[in-house]
Ligand binder design. Structure first.
Ligand SMILES: C[S@@+](CC[C@H](N)C(=O)[O-])C[C@H]1O[C@@H](n2cnc3c(N)ncnc32)[C@H](O)[C@@H]1O
Length: 252
């Protein structure tokens, strides 16, 4: 999320709006353009999951049903805030006719305290040094938004710090994970958990890799991926401004 815009929005004291626009109508508005890389990466994850399922023999499909292995599309979002990207992606799963499970992880009360690494890497004038960002949301509001969108069967909420909630997630193969949590340690916690649990062809999307306001996001991803074989793919929207470049990996 572009923090300059976000800080301006905060200053304007927005009321929580459970129906923020997420329109794909042409010409794209700024919000949609910023989301397009996520939609691309998510489509790729859907494509890989659907291809993998098609390539299963009838015998393996029947066996999966018999032994209770569900063939659902498993996804997670680490950093939900108001639920914009969560709802958009969960709607895409439904539109594809896939059975989906979407795990939504957040404090739902804003960023946790900055760690020593965050404080070391954050720009001197970063607004979040003195102000808790993304606190203008609530668990109840996001939940009712999900219910309004008819997605309550597929979205599972995990409220709290990742360090406490990740351990309660099911031990399945994940097809898509959106890591959008800005800070250093939360990135590492999510990668430690999800990377070994990704399905082959599964996608991990790093929303903040190109963020100048949160350089610790990129530092964490680079540190984690240093000894991993997967390539980082970069999708740039518009000019080279902060957070215009979004990044993802496809698990081998
Ligand atoms: C940029 S916002 C997410 C935006 C959202 N994905 C979207 O596109 O609308 C970052 C979120 O990460 C959450 N977050 C960061 N670190 C966290 C942690 N350690 N545990 C739980 N939530 C965390 C914050 O509460 C915040 O809501």
């Amino acid at each position: 999320m572009d923090i300059v815009n976000h800080t301006a929005k905060l200053a304007a004291k927005p009321k929580f709006n459970s129906r923020l626009p997420f329109s794909a109508n042409l010409p794209y508005d700024g919000l949609f353009a910023e989301r397009l890389p996520l939609i691309h990466a998510f489509s790729l994850a859907l494509h890989h999951a659907i291809s993998a399922r098609k390539s299963l023999s009838l015998y393996r499909k029947a066996r999966a049903c018999l032994v209770g292995n569900d063939l659902a599309f498993h996804a997670a979002e680490c950093g939900v805030y108001m639920g914009n990207s969560l709802v958009a992606c969960a709607q895409m799963v439904r539109a594809c006719g896939l059975k989906g499970r979407f795990h939504a992880l957040d404090t739902f009360s804003g960023l946790p305290d900055l760690s020593e690494i965050d404080l070391r890497l954050a720009p001197e004038n970063a607004p979040y040094r003195g102000q808790k960002l993304f606190a203008d949301t609530s668990f109840e509001a996001v939940k009712s938004r999900v219910i309004d969108a008819g997605l309550s069967d597929s979205v599972v909420f995990h409220k709290g710090l990742f360090a406490d909630t990740l351990q309660h997630l099911p031990n399945v193969k994940y097809h898509f994970v959106n890591i959008d949590c800005d800070l250093f340690e939360p990135h590492i916690e999510c990668l430690d958990f999800f990377y070994p649990r990704m399905a082959r062809g599964g996608v991990i999307f790093f929303d903040d890799y190109g963020s100048r306001e949160f350089p610790m996001a990129r530092a964490a991803v680079d540190q984690f991926m240093r000894d991993k074989p997967e390539l980082l793919f970069h999708l740039r929207t518009g000019d080279d401004g902060s957070n215009r470049t979004k990044t993802y990996i496809v698990k081998y």
